[in-house]
Write a protein that binds this ligand. Structure first.
Ligand code: APR
Length: 174
């Protein structure tokens, strides 16, 4: 059974086996979590991302998929890059996209377990640049991680501001 924990802080400071990156399909960096991880993790991460683009993912990492690289200078062993869906308020698009957000969490845990990682730190995927509402993202994230039964000891949600932390805490308490 995965222990689900919450931390208010910076995901690049988490001393865990695997840190999940809210990447984009290009896998070549960006802002937010992606920018922080590459900045703090250093060039080794980007070098491996480039190799992934040249080999396994010539057309980029699909939304909802996950792939691991070194964690470079981060206090972790791996970074697991995942690509969240971009929020769309149009009609039933949110309902169609929600399984892709869930997949970011389940696929990241699957990759982590495959590596032998026991502790995994997650950001609130898709809730920044990709504009997914925090409460719905928290619901999907917590439900998905709770359903996961593989041998991961801790899934740690690292929230960057107290508003996000409070939303996750309320969802976790349900
Ligand atoms: N540690 C923890 N959480 C963080 C950090 C950090 N250092 N920096 C930002 N966050 C939070 C944001 O406040 C937001 O709640 O992570 C959440 C996800 O925001 P983004 O990083 O913008 O990720 P996302 O919404 O999934 O958009 C991905 O943004 O940065 C680009 O290259 C990335 O194109 C991709 C897109």
């Amino acid at each position: 059974m995965v222990a689900v924990t919450l931390v208010l802080g910076d995901i690049t400071e988490q001393q865990v086996d695997a840190v999940v990156n809210a990447a984009n399909s290009e896998l070549l960096g960006g802002g937010g979590v992606d920018g922080a991880i590459h900045r703090r993790g250093g060039p080794a991460i980007l070098a491996e991302c480039r190799r992934l683009r040249d080999t396994e993912y010539p057309r980029g990492l699909p939304t909802g998929a996950a792939v691991a690289t070194t964690a470079g200078e981060l206090p972790a062993r791996w970074v697991i890059h995942t690509v969240g869906p971009v929020w769309s308020a149009r009609g039933d698009r949110a309902a169609q996209l929600a399984p892709l957000l869930a997949s970011c969490y389940s696929e990241s845990l699957r990759v982590a377990a495959g590596l032998g990682a026991r502790t995994v730190a997650f950001p609130a995927v898709s809730t920044g640049v990709y504009r997914w509402p925090m409460d719905d993202a928290a619901r999907i994230a917590i439900e998905t991680v709770r359903e996961y039964s593989a041998d991961i000891d801790e899934a740690r949600f690292v929230l960057f501001d107290s508003a996000a932390y409070d939303v996750f805490a309320e969802r976790l308490a349900r």
